[in-house]
Design a protein around this ligand. Structure first.
Ligand code: SAT
Ligand code: MN
Length: 596
């Protein structure tokens, strides 16, 4: 645990400076002036190219080897291996610390060490938490300023409580005097390490995304999920949205999908349905706490969006486009247009004839190479989003009435179904599966179990995590808990064509789910849960036949017969800590499928 000496922060900063041996130490205050100064450093180093077409916005490209989260280099170093569980890499904390201390020894040589105080959640909020990232990357400083509430105000809170997560980051590329720097320093040897009991993060070798912006996955998910287990809250890989129906009733929905499966698009949904309104609270992470009324309240601990660029366009996510139009954004690994704007695959129907690709090479339309990396990102302030809900900074969060789980599956999982109850809902979360995406290094398109979309982000044993979810039903009444749904926008027909149009049409699924929440039920029991009755999903003005709707909602006996052994194997992999209640759910599913 954190030792509470009078200035534990200064002590830690001194200790790290002694280890990493930077040329200079700079404490970030989060001011406009400082931001300008950091951006100018990045421009001077040719890391940032200012965009002529967007105010205070920059184009940036990483080293081609440093483009995504490195799950195989990510560790949960709990004291006991059994607390990390089978889904995490683990090493003894002392052993890991000695490896890391050797790597960090002199790792900031020739560079400036930035001290970045930050808040996750609004500063001063009842459920907000604090951290200090030490980093040798000015790109990280600029990004943390967008993604977190960074600077003076956060530091004041830390000085009051002396409570903060220590988040140490180095790109692992000491700069020898007289040697010219590269634009994207990094190290082929990468370690992304969480020490949950000590509330510490040590990240080495990468400068990109979740590997380097430590407030995000490392803190707000891995460390916070562990804290949630101990303190009785949840830290989840979920977007949060506000839906207002034509009769002006508001529902808040949280949805967990794996990385690069459309969370940002759903969070900023432009509904196809007349009279419905969707507003954004968060696009990636939700912390859920019980309110005094026994309901679960969600808040977004982040301050910005770090969204996948390719596929984001005026047709698919106009609100994301409007957000970035306002500027103040960093674009990494997308293409640069000849007139000083950014472009990526899927942004516009018309493809520019000439670009500079993310590899900084001349690119012409028709090229066999993509102009932008599939995991290229925009980093932009949430406050600029035209659909941001006024209550997005409500320190107590918003009461959640429905939770969606989902992934990318080309078969088996229907467009939408509802869990019979909380326990069944936890089963749906625990068995969530999805095809892998470019958000992490490794093969793309392989189906894997990704429980609650948290596989890469769990800070403790998956079995204990499932128990924690189940235990919420004993804290409050089932009635108070959100209703749970499973969605799959990605089901395909025999020819590999998507069955459901997705994007703004997903509002039709939101409408059905909200009707279910309101008890205006229009569903039937199926082998896997509650399925919409024919005609229950509003398809007005959508060119989709009843036969096609039946296909996208179909529960196929043979497909589920193939699925069940995979769930069996998954539960066995979790081992002794797999809750019996979920084994019971699996047996029940098996019986239901057998008797179809
Ligand atoms: O690079 S990040 O981890 O922040 C993005 C993601 O995988 O969701
Ligand atoms: Mn994410």
């Amino acid at each position: 645990m954190q030792t509470k000496t009078l200035d534990n922060l200064q002590e830690w900063v001194d200790e790290i400076a002694l280890l990493t041996k930077p040329d200079k130490i700079y404490w970030c205050n989060g001011s406009e002036l400082e931001s300008e100064h950091i951006n100018n450093i990045l421009i001077e180093k040719k890391v940032f190219t200012p965009l002529k077409k967007k105010p205070r916005s920059f184009w940036c490209t990483s080293d081609p080897s440093d483009v995504a989260r490195v799950e195989d280099r990510t560790f949960i170093c709990s004291k006991e291996e059994s607390d990390a569980g089978p889904t995490n890499n683990w090493m003894d904390p002392d052993e890991m610390k000695s490896i890391l201390e050797e790597l960090f020894d002199g790792s900031m040589n020739g560079r400036t060490m930035y001290v970045i105080p930050f808040a996750m959640g609004v500063v001063g909020g009842r459920n907000s938490k604090y951290g200090v990232q030490i980093s040798d990357s000015p790109y990280v400083v600029a990004s943390m300023r967008i993604m977190t509430r960074m600077g003076e105000e956060a530091l004041k809170e830390i000085r009051k409580t002396h409570e903060f997560v220590k988040a140490l980051h180095s790109v692992g590329a000491p700069l020898l005097s007289g040697v010219e720097d590269v634009t994207w320093p990094c190290n082929p040897n990468k370690y992304i390490v969480q020490f949950p009991e000590d509330k510490e993060i040590w990240s080495f070798g990468s400068g990109y995304g979740g590997n380097a912006l430590l407030g995000k996955k490392c803190y707000a998910l891995r460390i916070a999920s562990y804290l949630g287990w101990k303190e009785g809250f949840l830290a989840e890989h979920m977007l949060i949205l506000k839906v207002t129906s034509p009769d002006k009733i508001i529902n808040y929905i949280a949805a967990a999908f794996p990385s690069a499966c459309g969370k940002t698009n759903l969070a900023m949904l432009d509904p196809a349905l007349q009279g419905w309104k969707v507003e954004t609270i968060g696009d990636d992470i939700a912390w859920l706490h019980f309110g005094d009324d026994g309901r679960l309240y969600a808040s977004n601990p982040e301050n910005g969006f770090f969204g996948v660029a390719p596929g984001t366009g005026w047709a698919t996510n106009p609100n994301a486009m409007r957000t970035i139009e306002l500027g103040n954004s960093i674009f990494t690994n997308v293409a640069l247009t000849d007139d000083g704007d950014v472009w990526w695959e899927g942004m516009t129907e018309e493809i520019p004839t000439h670009l500079t690709s993310w590899k900084r090479q001349s690119w012409t339309s028709g090229s066999s190479e993509l102009s932008s990396h599939p995991n290229s990102r925009f980093c932009t302030p949430a406050s600029q989003c035209p659909t941001i809900a006024p209550e997005w900074e409500n320190p107590d969060g918003v009461p959640i009435s429905a939770i969606f789980f989902g992934g990318r599956r080309d078969s088996t999982l229907p467009l939408v179904f509802q869990a019979r109850n909380w326990q069944h809902g936890v089963f749906l979360g625990a068995t969530l599966s999805s095809e892998t995406t470019a958000a992490a290094t490794g093969e793309v398109g392989v189906v894997r179990r990704d429980p609650f979309a948290m596989l890469p982000f769990l800070g403790y044993h998956a079995g204990d995590y499932f128990k924690h979810w189940l235990s919420l039903a004993s804290v409050t009444s089932e009635n108070n808990l959100p209703k749970i749904f499973y969605v799959n926008w990605f089901r395909k027909d025999r020819n590999g064509k998507f069955l459901w149009p997705g994007f703004s049409e997903n509002s039709r699924v939101l409408k059905w789910a909200i009707e279910q929440v309101r008890g205006e039920t229009s569903s039937r029991e199926s082998a896997i849960g509650l399925i919409p009755l024919p005609g229950a999903i509003d398809t007005e003005n959508l060119n989709i036949s009843p036969e096609l709707m039946a296909e996208v909602l179909n529960v196929s006996k043979s497909e589920w017969e193939n699925e069940i052994p995979l769930i069996h194997k998954w539960f066995e992999f979790i081992g002794d800590k797999m809750p019996l209640e979920l084994w019971d759910e699996l047996s029940f599913l098996e019986e239901n499928i057998a008797s179809m």
